[in-house]
Design a protein. Sequence first.
Length: 208
Amino acid sequence: MITSLSQLDLDKKYTYADYLTWRLKERVELIMGKILEMSPAPSTRHQQILSLLASSLFHAKLPESCQIFLAPFDVRLYAPDENGVQTESVVQPDICLVCDQSKLDNKGCHGPPELMLEIISPSSERRDLQIKYKLYEKAGVPEYWVVNTVMKYIRVFTRNEQGIFEKSKEYNNQGLVKSATVPGFQVDLDALFPPGLFEEPEREYENS
C-alpha cells in the first residue's frame, strides 16, 4: 500500500484508479497524470480570505440546485493530453460551485463545476495561472477566479464561444468584483483586502 509520497515516482504518469489506492499523509493533486504536492496547512491569510470569499458566495442568490464546496474536495476533470487522448485529472480547488447534481457522487465532483476559485501565493502562482489555468480551460470550466493574497488582486476568467478563457483584467482597486456567470456573486475588494491586513511577511506555501 502506498502511504507516503516518497514511494511514488514523481516523473511517472498515474491514473485516477492509482490515485484511489493511495493512502498518503501528504495532500496531492493529479494533473494530466502528474503528481503535484500540496501544502498540508495553508497560511492564516489564505484561510481568512477563503472564509470571506465563501461567505460572499453563500450570500449570493444561487439556484436551489447549486452547492458550494471547499477544499479538500476532489474534482475530476477530463481534458486532452499532448496526444489528444482524454485524460482524467483530480484537483482540489479552494472553492467550487456545482449546480449540476448529476456531477456529484461520493468521491466528489466529476466534470467541470460552474465556478472554480483558487487563492494563490508567490509559490503557487505558476501552478494556478499556468498549469491549472490550461487544465480548467481545456476541461470546460465556465468561470475561473484567481485571488492573489500578497499582491492583493483578483482575476476572473470566463470561456468565450470558442471555449477559450477571455483575458482578465486585474482587479486591485476599491469596489466590487462581479461574477460573469453566477448571478449575485460579487466580492467587495475593500472588505477582502482592507488596509493594514496581513502586513506581516507571509509563509510560503503551495495551495490547492
